[in-house]
Design a protein around this ligand. Sequence first.
Ligand SMILES: [Zn+2]
Length: 360
Amino acid sequence: MLLQTESSAVSGLDQNKPKKTEAPSQQTNENVQHRAQPIRLSVADMASNAWEFLFRGQNRTPDIPLPHTPVALSYFMNLAGGQLNVTWLGHSSLMINIGGYRILVDPVFEKRISLIGPTRFNGSVPLDIDDVPQVDAVVISHDHYDHLNKFSVEQLRPKTSKFIVPLGVGDLIKKWGVPRQKIIELDWWQEFHFDTQLMFAATPAQHFSGRGLMDRNERLWSSWVIKTPCHRLFFSGDSGYFEGFKQIGETYGPFDMTFIECGAYNKAWAQVHLFPEKTVQAHLDLKGKVLHPIHWGTFNLAMHSWYEPMERLLAEAKARQIGIAIPMVGETTRYGELLPVAMWWREAIEQKTETKKENS
Ligand SMILES: [Zn+2]
């Protein structure tokens, strides 16, 4: 027996070939709704999920606070052209310096993602939002609380002239006080040319949206391509595995770096989140050079152990021989230099094992 749940995934792609336009979209919410497809879960699946969530799922949070590095702002502030450096702020929040342009992606500068939401594994945000300098653009993938944070948008409002968001998200941040002239709202496959050197493209993702029970799939969700003459980046937002990765790779690849989600997976959520092995497959589909995993190691949002995503991803990356960057929260990855590959999270696992031994 199949039941339709309240959650919805999306069909992923329009069958049409990508159509690139430079103007922000005028299309309405209907455009978003038609991409929605119900997730169907059997009663058995739902019962087993509820059981897992309530009674099982060991090690979902670390026993000791995870380490983090204070952000060295000098990398982000550097105005030199031709460079690419990226600072991981935890979960899916990134500070990107691409050719001297400063971009924030899915910035969440709060300890908790919502009033009752989970807190950070590493205690605090690695950079105070007051210390964030002026930025060229803030990019948002979708309206879920762990990607779109009201406090951060309000604080960043005077620090940028551009919020680049998927269709429908503009109305929400306008309500939070962002002036309409600062908002660039794009449909999938639409591009925004910041100037002659820097381009953003909203690209498809297989996910869903909504911040409450009444706004399900009212706003679009997307992945993003960011491109300069020297470098190309892909940011997944949240997405299940779908053929869109190949299409994006063919249209905008190859990518110097891909930032792809690898945590918060579950059999029942396979349509809307990636298993770590699929993260690696998506990176290959996209024709990526260096994979920087995101959406892990920060908040307890799923039923797997907190470290499982990276252990599985590492094994797959090794088997498929791909380059990866696995910084600590707050650490900066400088493209073209030595990539961060230290397995810093294993100390937290080992420390727990040691404590157990001592107590037994
Ligand atoms: Zn999401």
